[in-house]
Write a protein that binds this ligand. Sequence first.
Ligand SMILES: Nc1ncnc2c1ncn2[C@@H]1O[C@H](COP(=O)(O)OP(=O)(O)OP(=O)(O)O)[C@@H](O)[C@H]1O
Length: 247
Amino acid sequence: MTAILLNAQDLHKSYAGKRALQGVSLSLHEGEIVALLGPNGAGKSTLLQLLTGLFSPDQGHIHVLGHDMRTQASRALAGLGVVFQQSALDLDLSVQANLLFHTDLHGLARPLARQRIAEALEKIGMTAQAKAVVRSLSGGTRRKVELVRALLHQPRVLLMDEATAGLDMASRQQLLTAVRSLAQDQGVAVLWATHLAEEVKVADRLILLDKGMVRFSGSTSDFMQKAQADDLYAEIFKHLGQPVFEA
Ligand SMILES: Nc1ncnc2c1ncn2[C@@H]1O[C@H](COP(=O)(O)OP(=O)(O)OP(=O)(O)O)[C@@H](O)[C@H]1O
């Protein structure tokens, strides 16, 4: 059995009395990609906000690499890389300056940081753009910088919230391939909130959230069977499109 890198137990969160999460538990194992699905308002963003330490749950616990998000936040956060839907880049700074800002936050020594940044940019063919101001880059290129940024401190867990928003098909494919190899080659555990069939396809497991509760956790084939008997699954199934389950 592979190691559990992230473990969330019985998470509850309400906003002004409105329940957004009602007892959500999940774990992410080394090297697996888990797709997080759910209709609008299901609680996906809330869950990711709790997992990334942005907010505290009203009840429940989150451990990253065994570190409690509440009492050992900096250790827990050191194990996490995050790509949010909204950009975390400063548009008026260069690519390099943005990346150095992130490595400084994580306490990486500058020589090591510069080396990692140079290697990462080379890998995605962006060496020539290291000095470019982020505002001058296309949306897709900015997303690639976001992913590089999220990985510079070499986290063991990667959380992605609709991370391919705004990418064209080719760029999305590149990102999928990069994430797949992170999981396979480096054992990174990935939680990927998405609405896109092709992203679900690379997942090892699906978690379906609805009305703040986990309605399903399992393989795509199990999900498919449920879709034949349950309206909610059928709806998600229809929304994602059948090709996702043919692979
Ligand atoms: N800051 C907030 N204040 C009040 N209610 C909120 C807040 N954030 C989320 N909610 C409510 O909590 C519930 C869960 O919302 P959340 O954004 O987590 O869902 P989601 O699955 O990410 O939805 P979407 O797919 O539309 O982004 C919704 O009913 C939403 O209206």
